[in-house]
Design a protein around this ligand. Structure first.
Ligand SMILES: [Zn+2]
Length: 153
């Protein structure tokens, strides 16, 4: 299980190697995504709280990257944070997510990106529920829910 210390280490010392990489030009991403999906994932935007379609969904399934379809999170690690954004306590796999120090807006935060295609997903904070203590705060627009049974492991 990932902890805050490991997240910080990834953001400072380098990220785990992804299983594969997907790289496209800005024009290719633009053609593939809606304007809002493009703004959030490729231009590091944020959707308004409580506006996202996946915020209050708790159906079983996997949450895949909207850009490259790589599984990022699943319903077994989703929790209701009350923040207005879909929230998770862990990534689906350690190397699914990449972390970067983000100092925008005069704050020091840890940005969360898809490790396969570098899509901006949201941020991770150390105030999540036990046992990991992590809260991945993710934009709905950057994911699509693939409904189905998820193996608990
Ligand atoms: Zn991706």
């Amino acid at each position: 299980m990932l902890t805050w210390k490991e997240v910080i280490n990834f953001s400072v010392k380098g990220n785990p190697i992804p299983d594969q990489r997907v790289e496209k030009t800005e024009a290719e991403w633009k053609a593939l995504l809606t304007p809002e999906q493009y703004r959030i994932t490729r231009l590091k935007g944020t959707e308004r709280p409580h506006s996202g379609a996946l915020c209050s969904i708790h159906e079983a399934g996997k949450y895949n990257c909207i850009c490259c379809e790589t599984p990022l999170f699943d319903s077994t690690i989703k929790f209701e944070s009350g923040t207005g954004w879909p929230s998770f306590t862990q990534p689906i796999k350690e190397n699914a997510i990449k972390y970067e120090r983000d100092t925008a807006f005069g704050m020091v935060r840890v940005e969360v990106m898809c490790n396969t295609c570098d899509a901006h997903l949201g941020h991770v904070f150390p105030d999540g529920p036990e046992p990991s203590g992590l809260r991945y705060c993710i934009n709905s627009e950057s994911m699509q829910l693939e409904k189905g049974v998820v193996n608990e492991n």
